[in-house]
Design a protein around this ligand. Structure first.
Ligand code: PLP
Length: 372
């Protein structure tokens, strides 16, 4: 395995701290919510940006035995750090990579008749009835067999399959929105599907589903809640996991009427103090969080105070209105995520979700793992 490129504290523009203790506590909170079922951990997209090599072993230490990733490449990285875990590949069968599943003991999540046939044929050639999950679509209309296809596959009985059907799963589309009628329909349809495949473990719950016992079945699959993101519109997230801090690299005074940044979209309405930090959209600080004369953007915290962005986020820099922050100087710390600013608070002005903020976290940060 090639080592990831790491950025030292001295050369970085910002420091990202990932709290493995918070991840472990969030895992245990979700396992308690889903008690009676096994609680897996979804670690796709580099464990939602937190770093799969470090986060997955912390989750295993907290009790996770089953992991889900999206890609085979992620599964291979994961296998290197959690040798004993059960690993499922959500995006199905990467047809050119069949031998990689076998070599690293990875379980594909099979979601079409072609995938089921192809994996069955592969198992016949290897002479091993390898385990896999069967994904049935109950309303997302993305991956998964439709209900009629599932019935056809189930008809001859699970023993007729050339692979071992270890898990039957489906994915909720709207469980973060309490009372959305699609969730009840998906719960009903999944019950019908399970009746077609008696004796096979079932999995339906994502993070939001962990709060809905009717979705627990045998195995819950939380992702975002582990990492401190909002998982239900009407609930506060679990414990915050990431913290992003950067020093002010420049502080300057501007006059009323001066503009800041590309496009001159933000105008000082009073004599103002502007601070600059070495973080931009190339670091995953989403450009859509920008502030202008007509729109409030994201904010950061300086010396305990909320300070709004001033102007557009550029590739490598962003500007902050420090006018109300009191005496500040270059080198003083700015908190971009943390101290009450959650990933969802950055997502909101950008019109996106905490998931995107987390999975965009940049490669130029100095990364530090703590176990608070
Ligand atoms: C990403 C994903 C999850 C986890 O969803 P969260 O909303 O992050 O909890 C679970 N199951 C599947 C199939 C997924 O793709």
């Amino acid at each position: 395995m090639t080592a990831a490129f790491t950025v030292s504290a001295e050369e970085a523009g910002a420091r990202l701290t990932v709290d493995l203790g918070a991840i472990a506590r969030n895992y245990r909170a979700l396992a308690a919510m889903t008690h009676g079922a096994e609680c897996a951990a979804v670690v796709k997209a580099d464990a939602y940006g937190t770093g799969i090599e470090t986060t997955a072993p912390a989750l295993a230490d907290a009790g996770a035995r089953t992991f889900f990733v999206a890609h085979v490449s992620e599964a291979r990285r994961l296998r290197a750090v959690v040798p004993a875990a059960t690993i499922y590949v959500l995006n199905g069968l990467f047809a050119e990579a069949l031998d990689i599943y076998a070599r690293h003991d990875l379980r594909p999540v099979l979601g079409s008749r072609e995938e089921i046939e192809r994996f069955g044929a592969f198992c016949r050639t290897t002479g091993r009835r390898s385990p896999a999950a069967i994904h049935v679509d109950t309303g997302m209309n993305r991956l998964g067999l439709d209900m009629a296809e599932a019935a056809l596959i189930a008809e001859p009985g699970p023993q007729a399959l050339a692979f071992e059907p270890a898990l039957l799963m489906s994915h909720l589309a709207c469980a973060d929105d309490p009372g959305h009628p699609l969730t009840a329909r998906q719960i009903d349809r999944f019950a019908q599907v399970r009746a077609l495949f008696p004796g096979i473990a079932g999995s339906l719950a994502n993070s939001a589903g962990c709060t809905l016992p009717a979705t627990h079945h045998d195995l819950a699959r939380p992702g975002i809640a582990l990492y401190g993101g909002r998982y239900r519109a009407d609930r506060e997230p679990l414990e915050a996991v990431v913290r992003l801090e950067a020093p002010l690299i420049r502080v300057r005074d501007v006059r009323a009427g001066d503009t800041v940044g590309y496009g001159a979209t933000w105008t000082a309405t009073r004599p103002s103090r502007i601070g600059i930090v070495s973080v931009g959209y190339a670091d995953g600080y989403i450009r859509a969080t920008s502030a202008s004369d007509t729109r409030t953007g994201a904010s950061v915290r300086v010396a305990g105070r909320a300070c709004p962005l001033a102007g557009r986020v550029s590739m490598d820099l962003l500007a902050i209105d420090l006018t109300d922050a009191g005496a500040v100087k270059p080198g003083d710390p700015v908190t971009l995520i943390g101290d009450g600013i959650g990933v969802d608070d950055i997502a909101q002005p950008a019109g996106t979700i905490g998931y995107e903020v987390l999975t965009s976290l940049g490669r130029r940060y100095h990364r530090r793992y703590i176990q608070d």
